[in-house]
Design a protein around this ligand. Structure first.
Ligand SMILES: Nc1ncnc2c1ncn2[C@@H]1O[C@H](COP(=O)(O)OP(=O)(O)OP(=O)(O)O)[C@@H](O)[C@H]1O
Ligand SMILES: [Mg+2]
Length: 358
């Protein structure tokens, strides 16, 4: 009871002081964390990586700086990714990371706690939601932070008419998860989330080079290969790239030349899993909404949507028009940010499904 009263007054004071703080939208991604400041736009877009000194557990670096250390740290420092498969796998480190980003997003506003809208994967459990909420509260967000499912935020971010009665389909390929959702009237009609996305593509490339060339490469190199020559559909002009790694037999550094055809083959299973998730969602979509999709098509978001010709591949397999959203990597955070400007009732409708019931 007393705690409730304290919370009530605390919120009242926060709401008042909120007049002097800027509210935030956050996309807490497996690969990238983005922060949107109301009235300013996307101010932070950094890798979800934290470097920690092993002995003392002290945070040494966060974001861009920490990513440079991945796989290259001396024994005393570890660079870790606290989010895995779209959810928090290390709550303490996630909290430290959020704290850093929230502070960085509002350098001059330490007086008060900002209202925060956080985009979460649609499939996460109540326990996982609790971990996000705790991390945000401890990191200085006003209580309670508002949660919105990522596909909804992405749909808002790319400007789909989510509040109207009509089917909208979005595919968000991130680092940890691919989320497919059909949205109508502000709600998710059907969604499928698979823990197969960009990271899995990187793993597939590592595995392919190891098996085919006995070449060992790290995650950063695998990602670079995917970005430089990866594709989901035959390219008009196929590409090649020199790759450096360690020869597994001789144990020495080695350079080989690989082609986009090979990398497409390495990515085949992952890409197929994403295509299948899209098809399965379509099979579960009510007929009226399916009919809408023939005209409106599918919109793709997330960094993984940048894989060459993935839109063409999905279009061919589903028979629907597919567009990659402009600025696809920031769609979720822009959508979360946009809810900060919505009238309360509209926002409540959007949040309904992400509400916590404990
Ligand atoms: N040009 C590109 N081609 C292919 N993949 C890309 C490209 N650019 C970025 N990516 C991949 O996109 C992924 C990151 O996307 P995004 O930032 O949307 O993920 P996230 O939101 O952090 O993850 P999640 O939504 O799963 O929590 C990474 O796997 C990255 O390698
Ligand atoms: Mg994402």
């Amino acid at each position: 009871m007393i705690q409730k009263l304290i919370n009530f007054f605390r919120n009242m004071i926060d709401n008042f002081l909120g007049l002097f703080s800027s509210d935030l939208g956050i996309d807490l991604g497996t690969a990238t964390t983005l922060v949107y400041v109301k009235g300013e736009g996307v101010v932070i877009c950094e890798p979800s990586v934290v470097a920690i000194e092993k002995e003392t557990n002290r945070v040494v670096a966060v974001g861009d700086e920490a990513k440079k250390m991945l796989g290259r740290t001396p024994g005393s420092i570890v660079a870790i990714r606290p989010m895995k498969d779209g959810v928090i796998s290390d709550p303490e480190v996630t909290e430290a990371m959020l704290k850093y980003f929230i502070k960085k997003a509002q350098p001059r506003r330490f007086l008060t706690r900002p209202a925060v809208v956080i985009a979460i994967p649609p499939g996460i459990t109540e326990v996982e939601k609790r971990a996000v909420i705790d991390a945000a509260e401890h990191a200085g967000a006003r209580t309670p932070p508002i949660l919105i499912e990522q596909p909804k935020a992405a749909a808002i971010g790319v400007g789909l008419p989510v509040h109207e009665p009509g089917g909208n389909m979005i595919i968000d390929i991130g680092g940890g998860t691919t989320d497919v959702a059909v949205i109508s009237l502000g709600g998710i009609v059907h969604t499928k989330s698979i823990r197969i996305a960009g990271d899995e593509m990187d793993m597939a490339i590592i595995e392919y080079l190891r098996k085919t060339y006995n070449l060992m490469i790290g995650e950063r190199t695998a990602e670079e290969i995917k970005i430089r020559i990866g594709s989901a559909y035959p390219l008009e002009e196929e590409l090649t790239m020199d790759v450096r790694g360690r020869d597994l037999i001789a144990g020495l550094p080695k350079t080989i030349s690989i082609t986009s055809v090979e990398i497409r083959e390495a990515l085949a299973d992952t890409v197929q899993a994403i295509v299948d998730a899209a098809k399965s969602t379509l099979e579960h979509t009510p007929p009226e909404l399916s009919a809408d999709l023939i005209d409106r098509g599918i919109v793709m978001a997330g960094g993984g949507a940048l894989l060459r010709l993935i839109d063409r591949r999905i279009a061919e397999e589903t028979g629907l028009p597919v567009h990659v959203a402009e600025d696809c990597s920031t769609a979720v955070v822009r959508g979360a940010g946009a809810t900060l400007d919505m009238p309360a009732q509209m926002r409540r409708r959007l949040m309904a499904q992400a509400k916590l019931d404990f």
